[in-house]
Design a protein around this ligand. Structure first.
Ligand code: PLP
Length: 439
């Protein structure tokens, strides 16, 4: 009997007792390779001694100081560090406790930016159907997952959704990648024009779609055109790298690989690697200037912004990633893991697509590979893969349900940046068995 309201009330969950490196252990002594970092969180794996030391030191020095009274050293240092590595034009960081809070703050920043600039009619948000931006009311309204939105629809703010850039499903036969990217991006311009350009405040998108779709990157050229369109109409571009950012795709920020810089970039999960809850909005100089030259404040805030323990954890995690050259390992192991996945599933009758970047890889599972026919959703194949994988000592992140009107089952892999070839081989071996049994 538990007094916790768990996500799945009738599920019986093993009790996590400990973690070391790439593995988690339950109460019964079973070990699980954490091939998804929980939800793409544990980028350094578990129990990293350097992070544990940094946390101990910070707890002894300063656990908490409210930001209406003080700033603090870990937060200042983390901001310096993030801005030094940020895309062009990004000048400041706003620290919160997670991904939803980061996106919620970014939406409010966008709105206040236009109020400060004397364009209060700009209030509309455009996002994509195949996306997840969080579970607060503002971010839920922005996300494109209908199942998550449905019960809360009457409470959601006005948002508008366009088709995602999803080559596996929407690139037409004979259409080049470039042509498809431009066609997909055109949907944004068409929608801005349909809504009235001076009413639109922001376009929000994940550079690599994670939780709802199993690591779907845009085709090359798509985001460049999106950036041009946003510039043409004065619409802010908010990139949500909560899941795909902070090294997960092999570069610090995923958008580096698309060759663009957003007006705001949200990050979370891999920032603190799960050692503390932390997220951030990285914002452009123009946003900061509008606030600084206008009301002189950002009209928002939470009790735990700039939390010293959270910032110290993030600093320690980012230090280790840099010191140990782990982004190079993400690129090398990402390429290796993908090669192994292709060898195992390339001809699998029920694996339609293998995709992603770096150590952010996904499989799309289908009933009929040739016709790309999805499974009957009642079978919940994605959930069955997760269950079979757990039985074999492997954690993978499943997603399913309705994606942009298309039913889909996906499995997401986001293992810690520290994996080696032997771990990658074991992941593929166990996943192979789980997929065979579940499909
Ligand atoms: N944005 C993206 C892309 C995510 O994947 C998630 C979580 O999965 C969120 C936002 C929400 O983050 P959090 O669960 O930390 O609130």
């Amino acid at each position: 009997m538990t007094h916790i309201l768990h996500r799945q009330i009738h599920a019986s969950l093993p009790v996590a007792k400990g973690g070391r490196g790439v593995e988690l252990f339950d109460e019964a002594g079973n070990a699980y390779i954490d091939a998804c970092g929980g939800a793409a969180v544990s980028c350094l794996g578990h129990g990293h001694p350097d992070v544990v030391d940094a946390l101990k030191k910070q707890a002894e020095t300063l656990a908490y100081a409210h930001t209406s009274f003080f700033t603090n050293e870990p937060a200042e240092q983390l901001a310096d560090r993030l801005i030094a590595g940020a895309p062009e034009g990004i000048s400041h960081a706003y620290f919160v406790s997670g991904g939803s809070e980061a996106n919620e703050a970014a939406l409010k920043m966008a709105r206040q930016y236009f109020v400060e600039k004397g364009e209060p009619q700009r209030r509309r948000i455009i996002a994509r159907r195949q996306s997840y931006h969080g579970n607060t009311l503002g971010t839920l309204a922005t996300g494109g997952n209908e199942w998550r939105r449905e019960p809360f629809r009457p409470l959601l703010i006005e948002t508008h959704h366009i088709d995602p850039c999803y080559a596996y499903r929407y690139q037409e036969a004979g259409e080049s990648e470039e042509a498809y990217g431009l066609r997909a991006a055109q949907a944004l311009e068409d929608r801005i024009n349909a809504l009235g350009p001076d009413t639109v405040m922001a376009f929000v998108a994940e550079p690599v779609v994670g939780a709802t779709a199993g690591a779907v990157p845009a085709v090359s050229g798509y985001f460049k055109r999106i950036r041009e369109i946003c510039d043409r109409y004065g619409v802010l571009l908010i990139l949500d790298e909560v899941m795909c950012g902070m090294g997960r795709t092999g570069t610090l920020h995923a958008c580096e690989q698309d060759g663009i810089a957003p007006d705001m970039l949200t990050i979370a999960k891999g920032l603190g690697g799960g050692y503390q809850p932390i997220g951030a909005v990285l914002l452009g100089q123009h946003i900061f200037d509008a606030f600084a030259e206008g009301s002189g404040l950002f009209q928002h805030g939470h009790t735990y912004i700039c939390h010293p323990m959270a910032c110290a954890a993030a600093l320690a995690v980012q230090d280790v990633i840099e010191r140990d050259g782990l982004l190079a390992n993400v690129r090398e192991m990402g390429a290796y893991l993908r090669e192994r996945l292709e060898a195992r599933f390339g001809n699998h009758a029920h694996v339609g697509d293998i995709r992603g970047r770096g150590l952010f890889l996904g499989l799309e599972l289908v009933a009929d590979r040739g016709a790309k026919e999805p499974f009957d959703p009642a079978r919940k194949v994605h959930a069955a893969v997760k269950k079979e994988a757990m039985k074999r000592g492997l954690m993978v992140y499943p997603s399913g349900g309705t994606i942009d009107g298309t039913r889909g089952d996906h499995v997401l892999l986001a293992p810690p940046f520290i994996i080696d070839r032997a771990v990658a081989d074991t992941i593929v071996e166990r996943l192979g068995e789980a997929v065979d049994v579940a499909t």
